[in-house]
Design a protein around this ligand. Sequence first.
Ligand SMILES: CC(C)(COP(=O)(O)OP(=O)(O)OC[C@H]1O[C@@H](n2cnc3c(N)ncnc32)[C@H](O)[C@@H]1OP(=O)(O)O)[C@@H](O)C(=O)NCCC(=O)NCCS
Length: 188
Amino acid sequence: MAELRATPPESRLRASLRPTYPADAPLLLRWRAEESVRRHQPLSEVSLGQLRAELALNRVDDLYRGRGDKFQWIILADAAPVGWITLVVTNWEHGLAELGYALTSAYQRRGLMVQGLNLLLADLFFHTELERIEARCSVENTGSQKVLTQLGFRREGRLRGYFVLHGERVDNYLYAILREDFVPPRPE
Ligand SMILES: CC(C)(COP(=O)(O)OP(=O)(O)OC[C@H]1O[C@@H](n2cnc3c(N)ncnc32)[C@H](O)[C@@H]1OP(=O)(O)O)[C@@H](O)C(=O)NCCC(=O)NCCS
């Protein structure tokens, strides 16, 4: 995939995406350990070697050929790596996939995730066979809910006791966006 770029006003950071590489493993390991990144989502403990091995399997070109099941991108703010997006394709026949995402603490609350996800959604709906993209988040994660709403995702339901977070079962909201819901952002 060619690098994808958003065009915010001059005063804002500009988000772009690039596929992850094995060399990103130390960065991802560091981000995954941050308290703000783990606050609302259970991230499994993985070693540097496991992360590196997983990143070595990332073949973003497969997305455009309708195959593969897990893809990852680094979010860049201007040129700096600041977070990641994961896409898991759950069913190619029906065009179903789900998103995961996070920004490192210093780059949260600066409008970057909406920019990054908008770039990815445009690419997915224009260049792949995917029809429905889902995202789930803890009912406490208001930041994530606002991001999804801004992007045009609809809240479709409450998933009771969906995952264990810090020792407690936590409800999640299920969000989804269909191809026909997606409105590409106008250049600012
Ligand atoms: C949640 C997250 C993805 C939001 O992305 P972001 O780029 O920081 O969000 P924005 O700057 O566009 O903010 C969107 C809205 O959410 C609010 N918000 C962002 N982070 C928030 C937080 N931690 N707590 C409360 N509100 C938050 C913003 O104030 C803003 O509100 P407004 O629209 O009323 O002004 C990002 O903060 C993050 O990566 N958090 C840690 C990991 C995580 O929770 N990932 C999602 C798992 S489902």
